[in-house]
Design a protein around this ligand. Structure first.
Ligand SMILES: [Zn+2]
Length: 371
């Protein structure tokens, strides 16, 4: 019996955008969809009920952080991520590979494992593909990501190719070591900014029995046009009938540009991280709430936004930030998460109505981005 299915319910007539439903043991995920990031078993500053109220279907947990603290055995004893957090919807966990890369904690990758230094106590940890899956099985997420070898860009082709080929071998080891059939495994396409390598990687992974596929190693500082070029070259090589996830992306315009190139799922810290720093996303672009121009502004962040932050004026929200009240970052995180979910809901509707390109043009005009 399979616990997972992915049904494409509509394809946009003018782009590669797809409308679908990804069914997991903890319920369906409407795609295209955005996953808020809950690094430490919490979407920072936001309760699970508030996360659900933003319209999120699925959230993400970080294997690296949870394995170091409180430890995956502790999470398992607390009922897994679902039991511990009481989030009742689907959860995806990453493999730890990207965190090791992005925290610059890595000191060695060999064929067997990634070896790194814990940012908590400095101890040496060796993460093998098998160990990453074992940890994610203890966390009990609905979707486990394979351990991949991420390299900093730009890099020489032989370095990118070596890491890409290792990522394929590690993906197979993850698949072979997995024991839970109620946990989907997603492979990760690597290959840097090299289209040939990306296509080769996508084809080799697509031949294996994964429930979904991710495009990884992007959004690491390259220009957005490069990310779009690689995404566009990769998605046609992936199975039509499996979900496609662009990892760690991005701004609202990155999301819709990538949907137009055939991506179904996203995650990013942007709405919450920016929210904590006083930056709000709106239909007229992003707003720096600390600026003096908002001092006596009685309007909400976004007219017609249903979130609890938008009951308040920009002037009040600005005051909360200047007074260093914790409610400011909380409210802005909620607003930004709600805004991202609104964009995804509008995206799904626009695809169903075959007017996705028009929708993209309208949004970009509002955000002040040239077509
Ligand atoms: Zn709002």
């Amino acid at each position: 019996m399979t616990h997972f299915s992915f049904e494409l319910t509509h394809r946009d007539a003018g782009s590669l955008a797809r409308r679908g439903v990804f069914v997991t043991p903890h319920g369906p995920v409407q795609t295209p969809g955005f996953m808020p990031v809950g690094t430490q078993g919490t979407v920072k500053g936001v309760t699970i009920d508030q996360v659900a109220a933003t319209g999120a279907h699925m959230i993400l947990g970080n294997t690296y952080h949870l394995a170091l603290r409180p430890g995956h055995e502790t999470v398992r004893k607390l009922g897994g991520l679902h039991g511990m957090t009481r989030w009742e919807g689907p959860i995806l966990t990453d493999s730890g590979g990207f965190q090791v890369f992005s925290l610059d904690a890595i000191n060695h990758v060999d064929e067997e494992a990634a070896t790194f230094r814990s940012h908590l106590d400095g101890s040496i940890v060796r993460l093998t593909p098998e160990h990453s899956i074992e940890i994610q099985e203890s966390l009990g997420s609905d979707v486990a990501m394979v351990l991949d070898h991420v390299v900093a860009l730009p890099a020489e082709k032989d370095i990118v190719q070596d890491a890409m080929e290792r990522s394929i071998r590690w993906a197979r080891r993850c698949l072979e070591s997995a024991t839970r059939d109620d946990q989907a495994k997603f492979a990760i396409v690597q290959g840097g900014l090299d289209v040939e390598l990306r296509i080769q990687c996508a084809r080799e992974l697509a031949a294996m029995d994964f429930e979904g596929f991710a495009v990884g190693g992007l959004s690491v500082g390259e220009p957005p046009t490069e990310m779009y070029r690689i995404t566009e070259a990769t998605t046609p090589e992936l199975p039509e009938n499996k979900p496609r996830y662009l990892m760690g992306v991005g701004t609202p315009v990155d999301l819709i540009e990538s949907v137009a190139r055939g991506i179904d799922l996203f995650d990013c810290v942007m709405p919450t991280r920016n929210g904590r720093n006083g930056l709000a996303f709106t239909d007229s672009g992003s707003i720096k709430l600390r600026n003096a121009v908002h001092r006596e502004d009685t309007s909400p962040l976004q007219e017609s936004c249903p979130c609890i932050a938008c009951r308040h004026s920009r002037g009040y929200l600005r005051h909360l930030f200047h007074a260093k009240e914790m409610l400011g970052p909380i409210l802005l995180s909620i607003h930004n998460l709600t805004y991202y979910q609104q964009v995804m809901a509008e995206t799904r509707a626009a695809i169903e109505q075959n007017r996705f390109n028009q929708y993209v043009a309208e949004k970009k005009q509002g955000w002040g981005i040239d077509a």
